[in-house]
Design a protein around this ligand. Structure first.
Ligand SMILES: NC(=O)C1=CN([C@@H]2O[C@H](COP(=O)(O)OP(=O)(O)OC[C@H]3O[C@@H](n4cnc5c(N)ncnc54)[C@H](OP(=O)(O)O)[C@@H]3O)[C@@H](O)[C@H]2O)C=CC1
Ligand SMILES: CC(=O)N[C@@H](CCC(=O)OP(=O)(O)O)C(=O)O
Length: 345
C-alpha cells in the first residue's frame, strides 16, 4: 500500500483527490490536512463522505508533514508550498503538486503573474512537468511532479501534436471557458451565486499565467515557440472547461490527414479521445472524469483550423491527472482508480 497525505484537502481539488483515492486499490489515505477544520471529521466538511470515511482532519504541521507517508499531494493556493518546501522533505517523500509554484517557473514570470517573489526557485529543477500523456518517461522516474494547470492541460493536449508535425501557424488564438469550481472554494465577490449565476465574463485578458505555461510547455515538448492570445471566461457551471483554438494550417489538408496526426499520438492513450467528424465537443461528456475530448474543423476556403477541447477542470485539469501521474511514478496501471465512465447528467 502507498501511504499518502493531502495538503489543501478541504479545497475542491483536495476533495476530488480524496474521493477518487478512496476507490484506488493501492492507496491508503493517511493524512487529511487542514488549517481551518483541524479535529473535524472530513465527512463534516464534505457530507458526500458520510458512510464512507470517518477520518479526522489533522492539523497541518510542516515539521512533521512528511513523516509516515510515501507520497504527498499538495492542493494549496499559490505561494504556500514554496515557502515551506525543503530539500530534506523532497528527499523523504514523493510529491505531486497540483498548485502552480513549480511549473516551469522563473523569477520574473512568478513575480509578474503572482505578484510576489518566489521563495524556493532552486527547487523547481527537482520537479517534472506532469502532462501525463507527453512526459510519461520522465514522470515514471520522477520523485516530484508539478501537475499542469487546467487550461494549460487542455491547450497543450490540443496543440502539441499539430506543432510537433509542423502543421499549423504558430500564431494562435484561444478562448477558454471554465466552471466556477476552477476558482476554488474560497468565496470571492466574483464567484458567489448572485454575481456569477446567469452571467458570463471574460477575465485576465492578456495576463493569464497559463499563457506562459503553454508557451513554455510547447517549447519543452516540441522545441518550437508560439504566440498565444488567450482569453478565459467564467461560465455559470459548477465544473468543466472548454477551450476553442483558432489557427491556420500551413498547407491544404483534409480532415482525415489532421485526424491521423492526432491518432498517431493519442491512439493508444486511454484518456484522450478524438471525436468523430462533426461531433462537437461538450463539457458534459467528460464531466467528473479524467477524459479529454478533442475535435476540430477545417474551413476549406480560408484554411482556418478550429480545434475544440474539453476536460473536467477538477479531474483531468487537477486531481485526476495528479492520480494518473502517481500511477506512472509508482508503476501502477495508468488508469487505476480513474477507469470509469463520465457522469453526464
Ligand atoms: N480548482 C481547479 O479547477 C484547479 C485548481 N488548481 C490549483 O490547485 C490548487 C488548489 O485549488 P482549489 O482546490 O481549487 O483551491 P481551494 O481554494 O478550493 O482550496 C485550497 C485549500 O488550501 C488550504 N489552504 C488555504 N490557505 C492555506 C494556508 N495558508 N496553509 C495551508 N493550507 C491552506 C485550504 O484548506 P484549509 O483551510 O482547510 O487549510 C483550502 O481548502 C491551487 O493552486 C489551484 O491553482 C489546478 C488546476 C485546477
Ligand atoms: C475559473 C478559474 O478561476 N480558473 C483558474 C484556473 C485554475 C487552474 O488550473 O489554475 P492554476 O494554474 O492556478 O492551478 C484561473 O483562471 O486562475
Amino acid at each position: 500500500m502507498l501511504n499518502v497525505g493531502i495538503l489543501g484537502a478541504t479545497g475542491y481539488t483536495g476533495e476530488e483527490l480524496i474521493r477518487l483515492l478512496h476507490n484506488h486499490p493501492n492507496v491508503m489515505i493517511k493524512k487529511i490536512l487542514s488549517t481551518s477544520y483541524k479535529d473535524k471529521k472530513y465527512n463534516f466538511v464534505y457530507r458526500n463522505f458520510v458512510g464512507f470515511n470517518e477520518d479526522i482532519c489533522q492539523e497541518l504541521d510542516w515539521d512533521t508533514l512528511v513523516d509516515g507517508i510515501d507520497l504527498l499531494f499538495s492542493a494549496l493556493p499559490y505561494g504556500i508550498l514554496m515557502a515551506h518546501l525543503t530539500e530534506d522533505m523532497l528527499k523523504k517523500v514523493k510529491i505531486v503538486d497540483i498548485g502552480v509554484d513549480y511549473r516551469f517557473m522563473d523569477k520574473e514570470s512568478y513575480k509578474k503573474y503572482y505578484g510576489k517573489e518566489h521563495q524556493s526557485l532552486h527547487l523547481t529543477d527537482e520537479f517534472v512537468y506532469g502532462l501525463s500523456e507527453w512526459n510519461e518517461e520522465a514522470i515514471k522516474e520522477a520523485k516530484s511532479i508539478a501537475n499542469p494547470g487546467c487550461y494549460a492541460t487542455a491547450m497543450l493536449m490540443a496543440l502539441i501534436p499539430l506543432i510537433k508535425e509542423a502543421l499549423i501557424d504558430k500564431d494562435i488564438i484561444a478562448d477558454g471557458k471554465s466552471g466556477l469550481s476552477g476558482g476554488g472554494r474560497t468565496l470571492t465577490i466574483g464567484t458567489h451565486y448572485v454575481e456569477a449565476n446567469e452571467s458570463m465574463k471574460a477575465y485576465k485578458l492578456n495576463n493569464h499565467p497559463h499563457v506562459i505555461e503553454v508557451q513554455k510547455g510547447i517549447e519543452f515538448f516540441t522545441g518550437e515557440t508560439i504566440e498565444l492570445t488567450f482569453t478565459p471566461h467564467i461560465v455559470p457551471m459548477q465544473r468543466g472547461l472548454m477551450v476553442t483554438l483558432y489557427t491556420k494550417l500551413q498547407k491544404k489538408l483534409d480532415y482525415e490527414s489532421v485526424k491521423e496526426v492526432y491518432s498517431k499520438y493519442y491512439g493508444s492513450k486511454p484518456f484522450v479521445q478524438i471525436l468523430d467528424k462533426s461531433i462537437y465537443v461538450e463539457t458534459k461528456w467528460v464531466k467528473s472524469s479524467n477524459m479529454c475530448h478533442i475535435n476540430f474543423e477545417i474551413n476549406e476556403e480560408t484554411n482556418r483550423l478550429i480545434i475544440v477541447v474539453a476536460i473536467d477542470n477538477l479531474i483531468k485539469g487537477a486531481a485526476g491527472q495528479a492520480i494518473q501521474n502517481m500511477n506512472l511514478m509508482m508503476d501502477f496501471p495508468e488508469n487505476m482508480g480513474l477507469n470509469y465512465i463520465p457522469v453526464c447528467i
